[in-house]
Design a protein around this ligand. Structure first.
Ligand SMILES: Nc1ncnc2c1ncn2[C@@H]1O[C@H](COP(=O)(O)OP(=O)(O)OP(=O)(O)O)[C@@H](O)[C@H]1O
Length: 627
């Protein structure tokens, strides 16, 4: 029997006597919080926390740079994948910082009758429990929130003109194998989830305890934690196999007329670890558990994605976890997802999948210091395609988006089918093309690619490609070239944001799916144009490359780069009329360039032009030649 009991530390707490625990919310924070509250629709705030390596000699494959995080691209060793988040917390981040910056600003909402959810997501062993629960000497979110709520209530009393009476109750439950189990009052029953007429989610029969202090909380929480379902996997000795959910209900009633009552809820969730069963060695019951875990996490990803993309339909009902959270995530609720990742090279694959899950804001950059692992971090997997693939050359460019989009399924981002497959499919979930078609295409593309590679030896260096799937941002971004040619992102408010946002709401993909580029109505995706492109004859491509190769003998990279930059700047500032003065650019193309720029931000390099439908390599080559 490999079931284990988590170590309960709350009885040993002494940090409450420290000044940081007594700190109360200052006026500045309160003003900020109230400002946030005024927003009608709130998105899920996704942040990342990188835990320190567990052994000092473990090599890291993750670099933190401000609000971004970089890992190498396993498809091309010369590239890094850069992920943008609203905040990234590196290995030195203290628990207090996570609480102060991510959690504490949300607490006031619950006192004002709004619902809040804070959840830790990540693969097994990446630090979710550390973040949510922590240790006796380094307490995490849960103890800090309980303590913080009582401080906040006291603080409110000092400033409120109206007198209030408060009650704080908590429940503790877990979702294990899609069953809702009470941890405070354990019974062997799967509790039902219901919705009342005011759309509040209820769990009839769920135990709850009223608490008046942190000490009182400890007396109930300690024994309840012992009931949590944990088991050992190969990856983490003490791995949580269930989603553990702590629910705090805060009720405030005015003591005099008009006797207003406010009900606020805070969900604090330590999600079960997302797992790759090929690496965990899970079998039998563990495999079944893992299936349930991954499925509910998949749905959570869909829900977060639907909220952040303002989709009209949010698939809350597709899992117990999201159904339970229905009144506390999305709408006017305030949610923070703390994505935990591990830095070690051996966790590269988990880190890669987790980051892809957590954000659609991805960039591909040329790396200055390659972060190449000693061994292939991607676990061996059974090829889905029947065709015999030729060995990939070590520095092969990324496959065409058309293939990449469906090929992702092999690397695990589509490992689990979403429940409720009868649901309307979103952009990233279309059925893959049939295998025969894929086989032919892939073989064809490989042959073309190899031929092109041989001819492309002398071609000029390619400016790193930028992915433009970050349109769900409140602010869009400018991409400008720096001296070293790496892309730098600057925030820039956009005047036509509303229009763009609605476009992104329609076409953005769920978090768990590969992200196709977004296009305004009427645009064809680049995937389609690149698909059409590869159907050009090999001879045609060969001729073109020969031509380029010959040109490159007289090639001056610096001059070329300068000219390209100037040309791109011209494209970025010109009106439709001015664009038409460029050779080969007619009214239609000028409009396409202008509209694309307005919708997706400035061009950072001529590579970006490829995203415009109809702008093939050949056309862009001509455009640059005749400029
Ligand atoms: N920020 C951190 N600083 C120091 N140690 C950490 C940090 N994050 C995690 N750890 C340590 O890493 C190990 C794994 O962390 P933890 O148990 O929290 O992972 P987990 O994601 O909850 O895993 P599981 O999904 O299996 O429950 C623990 O020994 C924990 O103490």
């Amino acid at each position: 029997m490999d079931m284990k009991t988590p170590k309960i530390f709350l009885a040993e707490f002494d940090w409450l006597d420290q000044p940081e625990a007594r700190e109360v919310q200052n006026t500045e924070t309160r003003t900020k919080t109230f400002r946030i509250m005024n927003k009608k629709q709130t998105k899920v705030n996704v942040v990342v926390r990188l835990r320190p390596a567990l052994k000092t000699d473990d090599k890291s494959c993750v670099f933190v740079d401000g609000k971004s995080l970089e890992i190498f691209n396993h498809r091309n060793v010369n590239e890094n994948i850069k992920y943008d988040f609203s905040a990234v917390y590196d290995i030195n981040t203290h628990q207090q910082t996570i609480y102060q910056e991510c959690v504490k600003p949300q607490l006031l909402h619950s006192l004002n009758g709004q619902n809040v959810s804070i959840f830790a997501y990540g693969p097994t062993g990446a630090g979710k429990t550390h973040t949510m629960l922590g240790s006796a000497t380094d307490p995490g979110v849960i103890p800090r929130v309980i303590n913080g709520i009582f401080h906040l209530i006291e603080e409110q009393k000092k400033t409120d003109t109206m007198e209030w009476s408060e009650s704080v109750k908590f429940s503790y439950l877990e979702i294990y194998n899609e069953k809702v189990m009470d941890l405070l009052d354990p019974k062997d029953t799967d509790l039902p989830i219901r919705e009342d007429t005011e759309k509040n989610i209820l769990i009839p029969g769920l135990g709850e305890k009223e608490i008046h202090s942190f000490d009182e909380f400890k007396t109930y929480f300690g024994p309840a934690s012992n009931n949590r379902t944990v088991a050992a996997t190969k990856l983490n000795e003490r791995s949580s196999r269930s989603h553990s959910i702590l629910l705090l209900k805060i009720k405030r009633t005015q003591k005099s007329a008009p006797y207003k009552t406010l009900h606020g809820k805070i969900y604090l969730i330590d999600l079960a670890g997302s797992e790759d069963n090929r690496r965990t060695g899970n079998k039998g019951i563990r495999l079944k558990e893992s299936g349930a875990i991954n499925k509910s996490l998949f749905v959570l990803g869909e829900v977060v994605d639907a909220i952040n993309c303002c989709l009209p339909r949010i698939p809350y009902r597709n899992s117990k976890l999201t159904r339970l959270l229905q009144d506390s995530i999305g709408g006017s609720c305030h949610s923070v997802m703390i994505t935990n990742v591990a830095p070690e090279e051996r966790y590269y694959y988990d880190t890669y999948c987790t980051l892809n899950f957590a954000t659609p804001r991805i960039e591909i950059l040329a790396n200055k210091t390659p972060m190449i692992p000693e061994q292939d971090p991607i676990p061996a997997k059974k090829p889905r395609l029947t065709a015999k693939e030729p060995d990939k050359p070590p520095q092969m460019m990324d496959p065409a988006p058309f293939l990449r989009r469906y090929g992702e399924q092999e690397t695990g981002r589509f490992r689990e089918e979403p429940p409720g497959s009868d649901e309307k499919m979103t952009a990233g979930q279309q059925n893959p093309p049939n295998e025969e078609m894929m086989t032919q295409l892939k073989g064809y593309l490989e042959v073309s690619k190899q031929q092109l590679q041989q001819l492309a030896v002398n071609t000029p260096p390619v400016t790193p490609k930028r992915k433009l799937s970050d349109l769900d941002n409140d602010r869009l971004k400018d991409v400008t070239n720096t001296k070293d040619d790496s892309a730098v992102i600057k925030d820039r408010p956009r005047k036509n944001l509303k229009k763009i946002k609605s476009a992104s709401c329609i076409s953005e993909t769920p978090l768990y799916a590969p992200q196709p580029r977004l296009f305004k109505k009427g645009f064809k995706s680049t995937a389609v144009s690149e698909f059409l492109e590869i159907t050009e004859s090999i001879e045609e491509k060969t001729e073109k490359k020969k031509e380029e190769s010959a040109n490159s003998k007289n090639f001056n990279p610096e001059l070329q780069q300068k000219m390209n930059t100037e040309f791109i700047e011209k494209l970025n500032i010109s009106s439709v009329k001015d664009l038409q003065t460029l050779q080969t650019v007619g009214a239609k193309r000028a409009k396409l360039i202008y509209e694309w720029r307005e919708n997706y931000g400035l061009f950072s390099s001529y590579e970006d032009l490829k995203a415009i439908p109809g702008f093939t390599d050949r056309y862009i080559g001509n455009l640059l030649k005749v400029r």
